[in-house]
Ligand binder design. Structure first.
Ligand code: XCC
Ligand code: SF4
Length: 641
C-alpha cells in the first residue's frame, strides 16, 4: 500500500514539512507506521480474549463460528471485561501520577527533596476541603498533613477516598452510594479490578461495566483531582499566560531540550537548571538554552511558566527531525518507543528518567525527588554537550509560531469573572447560560492519534461548537490543536457565534484585554479535574446535579486508555462523552447499549443510572450536531429556551 500524501496526515504545515523530510531521509514515523499496520477486526470490536492460556479466544461476527470462548465466556463478557482492562490501565497511570506528587510533597516538607510549597492559599483551601484544622499550623506542617491524607487514599481499608469526599458533587455521591460504587482506596480498587478481570472472575457484563465506573471514580479523584490539587500546592496555581505553539519554537541558535511526559516534578527542575546553566551553553557557542514542551509535560510547563509548546502526541517525533534538538527528556505515559529509533538517525539524546519507564538504546538518568537537582543538572549538561554534535546538513526547522493564551485554572476564571461581578462572580456566567447567550459548554479533551488527520477533528468540532455559541474549554493534546489553529486566542472569536463573541469580549474588556479566547485552555489531562470543579460549582450555584447542566465532553482524536478512564469518570457524573475514535467495544450489543443507550428502553444504561452516556461518532460535524441536540435537551429540562 502506498503512503498517504503528508497533507492528509496532519493539518499542521510544519509537521507536514517534517514528515516529508523524514521520508526523504528514510525514517519511519508513527503516521507511516499507522498506514502499514492493519487493524485486526477482532481486536477492533473488543471480542478477542487473552485472559488465560486456553485462548486467545475470539468470537466470530454475525453468529457465524464460535460464539463462546473455551471457558464458555460469551461476547458480552469478553467485551465488557476488555473495556474494564483498558479503563484500569488508564486509572493506574493517573493514580501513580498523583501518588508520586504526594510523595514529593512529603519529601519536600521533611527537607529531603529540593522543592518548596509555592501556593499557600491553595494549600489552605485543599486542607480545609479535606476537613483538616488549619489553625496555628505553619506551611510545612499543613502540607505534610495534606500529603498524608493523599497517601491514605492508597492505604485505607475502610470508608471512601478522601479526595472523593472533598471534591465530588454531593448529588453524584448519593447516587454512587446507592449503587454501591464508592471506592475505598486506589490501590485496593485497582487490585480488585484486576482480580475480577481474571479468568474465572466476574462474568456478568453489566456488573463488569459497573466495575469500570468505580475505576472511573478512582481515576477522577485519586488520579486527576489529587494530581492537580497537589501540583498547584507545590508549583503554583496557573494564571492566564501568553503561549507559543508549533515547531517554530525550536531555535536554531540555542541548545534545545524538549520535555515530554506528564509529571511536572522533573520538568520544572529542567526549566530551573536550563536558566542556571545558560553560560555553559554560551561556552559551546549557543546563545542560550531553550526548553520546549511536548504533550502534557508541555501543558504543565505552559500553564505555570509560559514555556512554549513544540508539538502534541502524534507528531512527537518531529522535534527530533528538525535536526536541532539536543535532548528529549521523558518521564511517563504517551512516550512512543519509536522515538529512540528516530533519534538514532540524529544527534538527539533521548533521556529516560524513571526506573519503570526505560527504552533500550536511550540514555537513562535516574530521577528521584531527593536527587532532583543533580538529575536535572546532568540532563541539561548532556544537552549542552550535544550541541556541537549537530549535523548542519540535517537542520531544517519549520518557521511557523502561533500565539495563544493558556492558564485558565478555575481560580483564574473566577478572578476574570470578578471583574464583571465582584460579589457574585459566577452570576455573569450563569446568567449568560440561562439567557442562551452561551448555549452550553463542552470540554474538548484528549489526544491526537496518528490514524486520524492530526488536529483536524479537534479543530473542526471546536469550530462547529463555538459557531453555535457553545463555550469550549480544552485540555491535553487537543488543547494544542486548538492553540495551533488560533482558537486559544481572542482572534479566534471571528469563528464564534455573535452572542458568545459578545460575552467573551465583555469579560475580556472588564479585565483590560481585547477579549477572552473562544476556547479556554485549562491544562493537562489530569487538569480535567479543573473542568469537573467548575461544573460542580455551577451545579451547586443552581441547586441542580451536574447531570442536569447543558454540558458535554468530547475527545475527537483520542488514542490512550487514560482518555477512556477520564470519560468514564465524567459519565459517572452525568456528563455525555463523545469519542471520535473506535472505543473497541462494538462487538457486544449489550455493552454498546449500556454505554450509549442507543436502543430505547434498554434495561440498564449509563444514561439511566447517571444521566450521561457515551457517544461514538467519527465525523466531527455530525458529532457536534449530536452534542448540540443533547445540550438543547438538557436546557429544555432545566426550563431554559
Ligand atoms: Fe497523551 Fe497527556 Fe492524550 Fe496527549 S492528551 S496523547 S493521553 S499526552 Ni492526555
Ligand atoms: Fe478463552 Fe475464557 Fe481464557 Fe478468555 S478466559 S482466553 S474466553 S478460555
Amino acid at each position: 500500500m502506498g503512503l498517504k500524501d503528508v497533507k492528509d496526515l496532519s493539518m499542521d504545515t510544519g509537521v507536514q514539512q517534517m514528515l516529508a523530510k523524514a521520508r526523504e531521509e528514510g525514517i519511519d514515523t508513527a503516521f507511516d507506521r499507522a498506514a502499514k499496520m492493519n487493524q485486526c477486526g477482532f481486536g477492533s470490536t473488543g471480542v478477542c480474549c487473552k485472559h488465560c492460556l486456553e485462548g486467545p479466544c475470539r468470537i466470530a461476527p454475525n453468529g457465524k463460528g464460535a460464539q463462546t470462548g473455551v471457558c464458555g465466556a460469551n461476547v458480552d463478557t469478553i467485551v465488557a471485561r476488555n473495556f474494564l482492562t483498558t479503563v484500569t490501565e488508564g486509572t493506574a497511570s493517573h493514580a501513580e501520577h498523583a501518588r508520586e506528587v504526594a510523595h514529593a510533597i512529603l519529601e519536600a516538607v521533611e527537607g529531603k527533596a529540593p522543592y518548596a510549597i509555592q501556593d499557600e492559599a491553595k494549600l489552605k483551601a485543599v486542607a480545609q476541603g479535606l476537613g483538616l484544622n488549619t489553625e496555628g499550623k505553619n506551611v510545612n506542617q499543613l502540607a505534610k498533613e495534606v500529603a498524608i491524607k493523599a497517601l491514605e487514599d492508597f492505604q485505607k481499608q475502610h470508608g471512601t477516598l478522601n479526595w472523593l469526599k472533598f471534591r465530588a458533587n454531593s448529588k453524584s455521591v448519593e447516587n454512587w452510594k446507592k449503587l454501591g460504587l464508592l471506592p475505598v482506596n486506589a490501590h485496593l480498587e485497582i487490585t480488585k479490578a484486576m482480580a475480577r478481570q481474571v479468568m474465572g472472575g466476574d462474568a456478568d457484563p453489566t456488573n463488569l461495566l459497573l466495575g469500570t465506573v468505580t475505576m472511573g471514580l478512582v481515576d477522577g479523584y485519586a488520579g486527576l483531582h489529587m494530581s492537580t490539587d497537589l501540583q498547584d500546592i507545590l508549583f503554583g496555581t496557573p494564571k492566564a499566560v501568553k503561549a507559543q505553539y508549533r515547531l517554530g519554537v525550536i531555535k536554531k541558535e540555542m541548545v534545545n531540550i524538549s520535555v515530554h511526559g506528564h509529571i511536572p516534578l522533573l520538568a520544572e527542575k529542567v526549566v530551573e537548571w536550563a536558566g542556571k546553566l545558560k553560560d555553559e551553553a554560551k561556552a559551546v557557542g549557543a546563545q542560550g538554552i531553550n526548553v520546549v514542551g511536548v504533550c502534557c509535560s508541555g501543558n504543565e510547563l505552559l500553564m505555570r511558566k509560559g514555556v512554549p509548546v513544540a508539538t502534541n502526541y502524534a507528531s512527537q517525533e518531529m522535534p527530533i527531525i528538525t535536526g536541532a534538538l539536543e535532548a528529549m527528556v521523558v518521564d511517563i505515559q504517551c512516550i512512543m518507543p519509536g522515538l529512540q529509533t528516530v533519534a538514532s538517525c540524529y544527534h538527539t539524546e533521548i533521556i529516560t528518567t524513571l526506573p519503570y519507564v526505560k527504552m533500550s538504546g536511550a540514555t537513562h538518568v535516574e530521577f528521584s525527588t531527593e536527587r532532583a537537582d543533580e538529575a536535572a543538572q546532568e540532563i541539561v549538561r548532556k544537552a549542552i554537550a550535544n550541541f556541537k554534535k549537530r549535523d548542519p546538513r540535517k537542520i531544517s526547522i519549520p518557521n511557523e509560531v502561533t500565539e495563544a493564551y493558556a492558564g485558565f485554572s478555575v481560580e483564574q476564571i473566577v478572578e476574570a469573572l470578578k471583574a464583571v461581578n465582584a460579589e457574585d462572580p459566577l452570576k455573569p456566567l450563569v446568567d449568560a447560560i440561562a439567557s442562551g447567550q452561551i448555549l452550553g459548554a463542552v470540554a474538548l479533551v484528549g489526544c491526537t492519534n496518528p490514524r486520524v488527520k492530526q488536529d483536524s477533528s479537534n479543530v473542526a468540532l471546536a469550530m462547529e461548537l463555538i459557531k453555535n455559541n457553545v463555550l469550549v474549554v480544552a485540555t491535553g493534546c487537543s488543547a494544542h490543536s486548538l492553540g495551533k489553529f488560533g482558537l486559544l486566542s481572542p482572534d479566534g472569536l471571528q469563528y464564534a457565534g455573535e452572542s458568545l463573541r459578545n460575552i467573551l469580549t465583555a469579560i475580556g474588556q472588564a479585565n483590560g484585554l481585547p477579549a477572552l479566547p473562544p476556547a479556554l485552555h485549562m491544562g493537562s489531562c489530569v487538569d480535567n479535574s479543573r473542568i469537573a470543579d467548575l461544573l460542580n460549582a455551577l451545579a451547586n450555584y443552581l441547586g441542580v446535579g451536574i447531570k442536569d447542566l447543558p454540558v458535554a465532553g468530547s475527545c475527537p482524536e483520542t488514542h490512550h486508555p487514560k482518555a477512556l478512564a477520564i470519560g468514564t469518570y465524567f459519565i459517572a457524573n452525568g456528563v455525555d462523552v463523545h469519542v471520535g475514535v473506535n472505543p473497541q467495544v462494538t462487538g457486544s450489543e449489550l455493552v454498546v447499549n449500556v454505554l450509549t443507550a442507543e436502543k430505547e428502553n434498554f434495561p440498564v444504561t449509563t444514561d439511566g443510572l447517571f444521566g450521561g452516556k457515551l457517544i461514538y461518532e467519527e465525523d466531527p460535524v455530525k458529532a457536534a450536531e449530536i452534542i448540540l441536540n443533547r445540550i438543547k435537551a438538557k436546557r429544555k429540562a432545566l426550563g431554559l429556551s
